[in-house]
Write a protein that binds this ligand. Structure first.
Ligand code: GLU
Length: 442
């Protein structure tokens, strides 16, 4: 059986790390199995979904390195959902209900008073044709509920193992709103059948939906796919990521200069038994990450871990990879890159660090070091310079002043770079060059 997966975001905002997790886990699974990857825009909510968000999500996926085999938009597939709706009505599984929100609230409150679970009482199932005609004459339009079997629905979750969802403890779900628009539940099943989806990999907040949806698959005579529900990523405070609450988006991370692969690693390997560490590519993760490695516990995002990982990836980036990105910043030079890269957390930090070589820098010299630095300037060795120049220069200064250690080196570092920390001066000195060094010394 060939594998087909889908990732199905609602384009009601830009995606965050929590969304990137299923996007990538589906991608890994498809890659590992030579399968197909469908990007499905769940844009049936016409009020909150926008084309701009959908295009943004496509761009985010591309930035992460995912290339879908197919893109579908639910807003363009209403005919399929209408046909499924008609079949479910004809088989008595979809029935019209006329209660207002207020009436439903009162029913739930009453059930609670009686100590019963607030499950819909199916009153609408016993309406006669005349009742319905009367309600419609009052100006009510129906919403439609799916009549659940009310049984333990069992499935073998490819991540969590055997699962049971008892639909007897659930209200019959509303599939169609009074304005005729579809909620997510039915279109998702119709598309999964139509597109031949073999595996539905999504967050564990969907486990109970799976119970409902398996019943809908069966009611429509479709093949039930395999399901896998992964643990949800939370932010550093343990809260779920949320578009509505403005969680940092993937696009924000991109704009802040993070490596897409670092984001992908953190989004997927947090909360698994694999360490969060550098990988060469998404495929390299796909080869290693098996669903059995996904923890059944929580997965908490750690910003410090992301920064550490991103830094490690930049520290080992070779010049061939860095060169085009340097040139976009107007920079070049292999020696400079190899010397400075270990100071960076994000690639874009190179713009600041490169001023150590190119200038201008703001020298930080103490008044009491002026005589020392004037002498240093006078003793600056003649060209040509190489990696031995630094020791020739500092040996001469040591002999002339008796200074050593910090008293010898720090004033030089501060004058030449304006900072207390940074790369080795013996390698930096030839990159700065004699003329610029003379200019930097007071
Ligand atoms: N649009 C749904 C969501 O974002 C898709 C869930 C699913 O994968 O079925 O939660």
């Amino acid at each position: 059986m060939s594998v087909t997966v889908r990732w199905a975001p609602s384009p009601t905002g830009r995606i965050h790390l929590g969304n990137a997790r299923p996007a990538l886990l589906n991608w890994f699974f498809a890659r590992r199995n030579g399968g197909r990857y469908v990007l499905r825009m769940d844009d049936t909510d016409l009020v909150r979904s926008t084309r701009e968000f959908a295009d943004g999500i496509e761009a985010d996926l591309a930035w992460l390195g995912i290339v879908p085999d197919m893109l579908v938009r639910q807003s363009e597939r209403t005919g399929l959902y209408d046909a499924a709706r008609d079949r479910l009505i004809a088989s008595g599984r979809l029935y019209p209900c006329y209660e207002t929100e207020d009436e439903l609230d009162r029913k739930r409150a009453r059930a609670r008073l009686l100590g019963k679970p607030p499950i819909y009482d199916r009153a609408a199932l016993s309406l006669s044709d005349e009742d319905r005609a009367r309600l419609e004459a009052e100006g009510r339009t129906p919403h439609w509920r799916f009549r659940l079997d009310g049984r333990p629905v069992q499935f073998e979750d490819v991540i969590k193992g055997p699962q049971t969802v008892n639909t007897a403890s659930m209200s019959d779900p509303v599939l169609i709103r009074a304005d005729g628009s579809y909620l997510y539940t039915l279109p998702s099943v119709v598309d999964d059948i139509d597109l031949g989806i073999t595996h539905v990999i999504r967050g564990e907040d969907h486990v109970s939906n799976t119970g409902t949806q398996i019943e809908i698959f069966e009611a429509l005579g479709g093949r039930v796919p395999a399901f896998g529900h992964h643990n949800l990523l939370t932010d550093a405070q343990g809260q779920g990521f949320s578009k509505r609450l403005g969680s940092q988006s993937i696009a924000d991370f991109r704009d802040e200069g993070y490596e897409p692969l670092a984001i992908a690693i953190v989004a997927t390997l947090t909360g698994t038994s694999l360490p969060v560490e550098p990988y060469d590519s998404l495929d390299a993760i796909a080869e290693r990450l098996d669903f059995s490695m996904i923890s059944h516990g929580s997965a908490r995002f750690d910003p410090a871990e992301l920064n550490g990982l991103n830094a490690r990836m930049v520290h080992t980036m070779n010049y061939a990879e860095a060169a085009p990105r340097l040139s976009a910043l107007g920079l070049e030079g292999e020696a400079m890159w190899m010397l400075l890269r270990e100071n960076l957390t994000k690639f874009s930090d190179i713009a600041d660090w490169s001023t150590l070589v190119t200038g201008p820098i703001a020298p930080a010299t103490a008044i009491e070091d002026h005589d020392f630095l004037a002498l240093a300037k006078a003793l600056l060795p003649p060209d040509p310079w190489d990696e031995t120049t630094w020791s020739h220069w500092t040996d001469a200064l040591k002999g002339a002043t008796g200074r050593k250690g910090k008293a010898l080196f720090l004033p030089l570092r501060l004058a030449l770079t304006g900072r207390h920390d940074g790369p080795e001066l013996k390698s930096l000195l030839p990159l700065i060059g004699r003329k610029a060094c003379l200019d930097r010394l007071p």
